[in-house]
Design a protein around this ligand. Structure first.
Ligand code: PGA
Length: 249
C-alpha cells in the first residue's frame, strides 16, 4: 500500500506569531486520518514548529536545502542543519525555485543526492508550463524532469522519494488540472518509472498532485487511483481549508 500524504507548503508566509497560531488551530482541527500530514513553514520557524508539534502526528518539513554539506554559501541551509533540528523531509524542485532562483535539473539532482546521503526523505516537485501543455509536450517535459533529477538513483533510494506533480499553470492560479488530467499524468509517471526501474518501485512511490487544490475539488482529485495525496499551497494557510482537504483524503 502506498502512503497517502497531504503536505502544506507555506512558502514565504506567516511570521513567528502567525506560525504558532496556525499550528495551534490546525492541531485543534486536525481530522482523524490514515494519511501522513506535513507542513512546511519558512526556515526561521522550523525549529519552533518542530517543538510546537512534538506530540502531534503532523510532520514538519523544509521547503528547500542546499546540496553542499557546509561552507561558504551565504544565506543557504544544509541537510545536516535540518536534521539537527528534527526535520528529515525536504521539498526539492518546486517550480518557484526553478523559475525565480535558477534551480536547474543539474542543481536539483545534486540536492536530491545530498538529501538522500543524509538519509532524508525528498518530496520532489516537477510539472510542465502552460505553453508546454498547449503544444502537447507535457509528457515529454515531465519525463525529462524525472530522468534528469531522479533516474540515476539506485532502486533502494526510491524508498525515500515522494513525487509531487505540479503543473505550473495550476499553481496559485485557482485553475486546477481536472481529475482526469491529473490521473492521466500520474499514470504516465508510474509507467515511466516502471520502464526505467520496475513496477515494484513504480507502484510503491506516492505521487501527490499540486496546483490549486481546495476543499471543493480535493475529494474528486484524490479519488483517482494514481493520485496519492496533495501538495497544498494557498489552502494550507487556512486551518479550516487544510483540515477539510485532509478530511477529503
Ligand atoms: P497552490 O500551490 O495550492 O497555492 O496552487 C501549490 C504549490 O505551490 O505547491
Amino acid at each position: 500500500m502506498r502512503s497517502k500524504i497531504v503536505a502544506g507548503n507555506w512558502k514565504m508566509n506567516k511570521n513567528l506569531m502567525e506560525t504558532e497560531a496556525l499550528l495551534s488551530e490546525l492541531s485543534a482541527k486536525l481530522p482523524d486520518t490514515d494519511a501522513e500530514v506535513m507542513v512546511a513553514p519558512t526556515f526561521v520557524n522550523l525549529g519552533v514548529a518542530v517543538r510546537h508539534l512534538e506530540s502531534s502526528v503532523i510532520e514538519v518539513i523544509a521547503q528547500n536545502m542546499h546540496f553542499a554539506p557546509s561552507g561558504a554559501f551565504t544565506g543557504e541551509i544544509s541537510g545536516d542543519m535540518l536534521m539537527s533540528i528534527g526535520v528529515d523531509t525536504v521539498i526539492v524542485g518546486h517550480s518557484e525555485r526553478r523559475a525565480y532562483f535558477g534551480e536547474t535539473d543539474e542543481i536539483l539532482s545534486k540536492k536530491v543526492a545530498a538529501a538522500l546521503e543524509k538519509n532524508m526523505r525528498v518530496l520532489f516537485c516537477f510539472g510542465e508550463e502552460l505553453e508546454e501543455r498547449k503544444s502537447g509536450n507535457h509528457f515529454k517535459v515531465v519525463e525529462e524532469q524525472l530522468k534528469k533529477a531522479l533516474f540515476t538513483l539506485d532502486s533502494k533510494s526510491w524508498n525515500q522519494i515522494v513525487l509531487a506533480y505540479e503543473p505550473v499553470w495550476a499553481i496559485g492560479t485557482g485553475e486546477t488540472a481536472s481529475p482526469e488530467q491529473a490521473q492521466e499524468m500520474h499514470a504516465f509517471i508510474r509507467n515511466t518509472i516502471t520502464q526505467a526501474y520496475d513496477s515494484g518501485i513504480a507502484n510503491k512511490v506516492s505521487i501527490l498532485y499540486g496546483g490549486s487544490v481546495k476543499p471543493n475539488n480535493a475529494k474528486e482529485i484524490f479519488s483517482k487511483p494514481d493520485v496519492d495525496g496533495g501538495l497544498i499551497g494557498g489552502a494550507a494557510l487556512v486551518a479550516d481549508d487544510f483540515a477539510a482537504i485532509i478530511k477529503a483524503i
